[in-house]
Design a protein around this ligand. Structure first.
Ligand SMILES: [Zn+2]
Length: 698
C-alpha cells in the first residue's frame, strides 16, 4: 500500500524546486517597527472611516495591521504606504465583491497555466515517448511559478489581498470555521497564500539543507553480501545493496518467507539499523562493497569477495572508526535552516507550527492524542499474541514490521495478468472503459460521463501517477504503464488508484463552488479516496470481492502498520521540539537526545508487548533526516483512510458519496471529515474495524 504515490511526490519535488530556484539575495528582515507606521495608520483610519463609515473600522484595522506586518522599507516610505492603502482598501461591499471575484478568477488562471507549462515541460520525462535527452531534464526541472510570491509582494498584489482579506490562525479556523460561509472560507484561503514573506536567501538555505539531506539519505547503502555473522557466514546474496531505511525494512518483511535463514537475517538487519541510529556504524562500511563487516562485533576487514564493479579506492582507511554523527549533523542543519524562516511566518512561527497548523491543520496536541489512542489500545496486546502464535515464537523488536496479515487470493497473479491484458491491450482501451468502471462504482451514467470526459489517459514512463488540472478548462491526466503485451494486473491496480485521484481532482476543481477552495485538506484525503477505488479493483474486473476473512486480514495489517508508524511519528515530533529547546546543541548531543526519545517512546508503548527494552529502531526512518517533520502524516493517513472506507461501506453506493465528499474542497480536515462522516478526524473507525476483524480472524 502506498500512502504517497507519484502524484504526491511530484508536488513535493515542485515545491523543493520552487525554493531552490529563487536567485534573488534579499534578506532584509521584515520590519514590524517601521518608525512611521503608527502615525500613518492613525491618519488612514480617521480618513477612511470618515469616507466609508464606522462599519468598516474592524476590517480596516485588520487590513492595516496585516499590511504593516509584511511591509519592508524597500516597499516604500510613509507616503507610498498611505497612497497604497487609500487606493486599494475596498470600502464597500460591491468593490469587495468585485475584488474577490477578480482575484479568484485570475489566480485560477495563473495557477492553471503555470501547471500547464510544468506538465508540458515534464512530458518527455514523465511519458513513454522515447529517449530522455539531457536538455529534457532541464525543461523538467524548470518551474515558471518559482517566484510568484516574491513577485506578488513586489508588485503589491499580495498587499492588496492582505489589506482586504483576513489572515487567520489555526485556532480561529477550527473554532470559527464551522460557522463561516463558503465565501468566508474562500477569503481565508486567499489571504493564506500570502501569510509568509520569506526572504529568498532564507528559502535558498532551506533548499540547500533539503538537498544535502536528500543526498546523504540517497547514498546510504548497505552492501548485504559483506555482512558476516559470528561464523563468518554471508547470509545475503552477492550484489544485494539496500538503501537505509526503506530497503532494509522491506528486506525484513521479505525475510518472513525464508524459513531457513529468515530469522537470522532479520536479527542482523535489526543490528545494522541500531548501528545506524546510534552512529556506532563504522564510517567505512557505508555504501562500500570493499569491506566485510560483522555488525555485532563491529569488526571490519578488507572484502574477501568481490561482487561489485567499483574497485577499492587506493586510500581507503579500513577501521571500525564510527560515522562521526553525520546523521545528526544533517538533521541539525535542517533545523537551523528552517528556523531562519520563523520571523517571516507570523501566524505559524516555528517549523513545528507550520507542519501542524498549516500543512496538516490539526493541532499537534490532537495528533499526539490520536496516536496515543492507537498505541495504548487494548487491541495491541491481542494482535501481538496473534502474531506470536502465527510466528511460533515470542516477538522480537523488528516484528513491528510483521507482514503476515494478507488477504487470500483466489486468483494467481498470472491469471489476473491474463484477464487484464485481454481487457486492456492499450492505454486507449482503458480510457474508453473509464465511464463503465465508474458505473460499476455506483456513479450515475450522467456523472460517470461528466467526470470521464475530463480525464486523459497517457502512457507513463514510470509506474504511473495522477496529475490533476489546476484550472477548469484543463483536464486531469492519468498516467499508466502498459506493456507491449497489454496492461498487467499490477498496472491495473495502480491505474485504478490513480483514477481515484483523478476523479477526486475533477470533482474538487470543476464542481466545487469556489476555485479558491479546490482540492482536499491535505494529501492524506486524496490518498484515502484513491484507496477506496483501488480496494475494489477485483470487482471492477468483474471478479468476486475479497471475502470477509481477507478483508479482516487487510484491516489487521492496516492496524499493525499504523501502530508501528505512530511511534515513529511521535519520535520525529519530540526530536524537533528538542532541537527548538536546544538550538545550540552539538550533533553528538542531538544523537544522545534522539536515542533517549526513541527509547522512552519504545519503552512506553512497545516494550510491554515486545518484552524488550531500550530499543532505538523507531528512529531509523530516513524521512526524519530529509523530510522535515513529515512522519506523523503516515499515521494520520491511515486513520483518515479508515474513516472514509467505513463511511463508504455504510453508504453502500460509492459514486454519490464520493462526489459529495470531494466537493467539500480545501477546508480544515476536521470540518471536511464532519461533513463526510459526521465525526472529526480520529482513530475510532480504525479501532472499530480492527476489533471486528480480530473476531473474524484468529
Ligand atoms: Zn496515490
Amino acid at each position: 500500500m502506498r500512502l504517497i504515490c507519484a502524484w504526491v511526490l511530484i508536488t513535493i519535488v515542485l515545491v523543493a524546486v520552487n525554493a531552490q530556484e529563487n536567485p534573488m539575495p534579499n534578506s532584509t528582515a521584515t520590519s514590524p517597527q517601521l518608525s512611521w507606521v503608527n502615525a500613518s495608520n492613525a491618519k488612514l483610519e480617521r480618513e477612511l472611516i470618515a469616507k466609508y463609515g464606522e462599519a468598516q473600522r474592524l476590517r480596516l484595522e485588520r487590513g492595516l495591521r496585516q499590511v504593516g506586518e509584511f511591509w519592508r522599507p524597500e516597499d516604500g516610505d510613509a507616503a507610498a504606504f498611505e497612497e497604497f492603502v487609500r487606493a486599494n482598501f475596498a470600502g464597500d461591499q460591491a468593490t469587495l465583491d468585485t475584488m474577490f471575484n477578480r482575484f479568484e478568477r485570475l489566480l485560477e488562471q495563473l495557477g492553471g497555466h503555470m501547471h500547464e507549462i510544468n506538465r508540458e515541460f515534464r512530458q518527455q520525462m514523465d511519458l513513454d515517448l522515447g529517449p530522455v535527452l539531457p536538455f529534457d531534464e532541464m525543461f523538467g526541472g524548470y518551474d515558471p511559478s518559482a517566484h510568484i510570491i516574491d513577485d506578488f509582494f513586489q508588485n503589491k498584489l499580495a498587499f492588496v489581498a492582505l489589506l482586504n482579506f483576513p489572515l487567520t490562525t489555526l485556532d480561529e479556523r477550527l473554532k470559527e470555521g464551522p460557522s463561516w460561509t463558503r465565501r468566508q472560507w474562500a477569503e481565508v484561503r486567499l489571504a493564506q497564500r500570502f501569510s509568509k514573506r520569506i526572504p529568498a536567501d532564507v528559502n535558498l538555505g532551506i533548499a540547500q539543507a533539503e538537498a544535502a539531506a536528500a543526498r546523504y539519505v540517497a547514498e546510504y547503502n548497505i552492501w548485504m553480501h559483506h555482512l558476516l555473522d559470528e561464523n563468518g557466514q554471508r547470509l545475503f546474496p552477492p550484489k544485494m545493496r539496500l538503501l537505509s531505511h526503506w530497503n532494509l525494512r522491506d528486506e525484513i518483511k521479505a525475510d518472513y518467507a525464508d524459513k531457513q535463514n529468515g530469522l537470522a537475517k532479520q536479527r542482523m538487519i535489526q543490528q545494522v539499523m541500531g548501528r545506524i541510529v546510534t552512529q556506532t556504524i563504522p564510517a567505512v562500511v557505508v555504501n562500500n562493497p570493499n569491506v566485510d563487516w560483522n555488525p555485532f562485533t563491529n569488526e571490519v576487514k578488507p572484502a574477501a569477495v568481490n561482487d561489485s564493479d567499483s574497485p577499492a579506492p587506493a586510500s581507503m582507511n579500513i577501521s571500525s572508526a564510527r560515522e562521526p554523527d553525520t546523521r545528526y549533523a544533517t538533521l541539525q542543519k535542517d533545523f537551523l535552516a528552517s528556523k531562519k524562516a520563523d520571523p517571516y511566518s507570523p501566524t505559524a512561527p516555528t517549523l513545528i507550527a507550520r507542519r501542524f497548523d498549516e500543512d496538516r491543520e490539526i493541532p499537534e496536541a490532537r495528533v499526539k492524542a490520536m496516536l496515543e489512542q492507537v498505541l495504548t489500545s487494548p487491541l495491541v496486546p491481542q494482535i501481538a499474541k496473534l502474531i506470536e502464535s502465527r510466528l511460533g515464537r515470542p516477538l522480537e523488536p523488528f516484528d513491528i514490521w510483521y507482514n503476515g496479515f494478507r488477504p487470500d487470493s483466489r486468483y494467481s497473479e498470472s491469471e489476473l495478468d491474463a484477464i487484464v491484458a485481454k481487457k486492456y491491450p492499450t492505454a486507449e482501451a482503458y480510457q474508453r472503459d473509464i465511464p463503465n468502471l465508474l458505473l460499476k462504482l455506483g456513479f450515475s451514467p450522467e456523472r460517470a460521463q461528466h467526470v470521464a470526459q475530463d480525464i486523459v489517459v497517457d502512457p507513463a514512463r514510470g509506474s504511473g501517477h495522477a496529475m490533476g488540472a489546476e484550472m477548469r478548462s484543463e483536464k486531469a491526466h492519468l498516467r499508466t504503464r502498459v506493456e507491449k503485451t497489454g496492461m498487467n494486473y499490477k498496472g491495473f491496480n495502480i491505474a485504478v488508484h490513480e483514477m481515484g485521484h483523478n476523479v477526486e481532482q475533477t470533482f474538487s476543481l470543476n464542481d466545487v463552488d469556489h476555485t479558491l477552495l479546490k482540492g482536499v485538506p491535505n494529501t492524506a484525503f486524496t490518498e484515502a479516496l484513491a484507496f477506496v477505488f483501488q480496494g475494489r479493483d477485483l470487482q471492477l474486473l468483474g471478479l468476486p470481492a475479497p471475502d470477509t476473512k481477507s478483508e479482516a486480514e487487510k484491516t489487521l495489517n492496516d492496524f499493525w502498520t499504523t501502530y508501528e508508524i505512530a511511534g515513529v511519528g511521535l519520535v520525529d515530533t519530540a526530536v524537533w521540539h528538542w532541537m527548538y529547546d536546544h538550538p545550540q546543541a552539538t550533533p553528538s548531543q542531538l544523537n544522545a537526545a534522539t536515542l533517549q526519545i526513541a527509547k522512552d517512546i519504545w519503552n512506553r508503548y512497545y516494550a510491554p508487548v515486545f518484552n524488550h527494552k531500550d530499543v532505538v529502531l523507531l528512529a531509523v526512518y530516513s524521512h526524519m533526516i530529509d523530510s522535515f517533520l513529515y512522519l506523523p502524516d503516515y499515521s494520520i493517513g491511515h486513520l483518515i483512510a479508515s474513516q472514509i472506507e467505513e463511511q463508504m461501506k455504510k453508504a453502500g453506493e460509492i459514486g454519490p458519496e464520493f462526489e459529495r465528499m470531494a466537493k467539500m474542497g480545501d477546508v480544515t480536515p476536521d470540518l471536511w471529515m464532519e461533513n463526510a462522516t459526521g465525526k472529526p478526524v480520529g482513530p475510532d473507525a480504525l479501532l472499530e474495524a480492527t476489533k471486528r476483524a480480530l473476531s473474524r480472524v484468529q
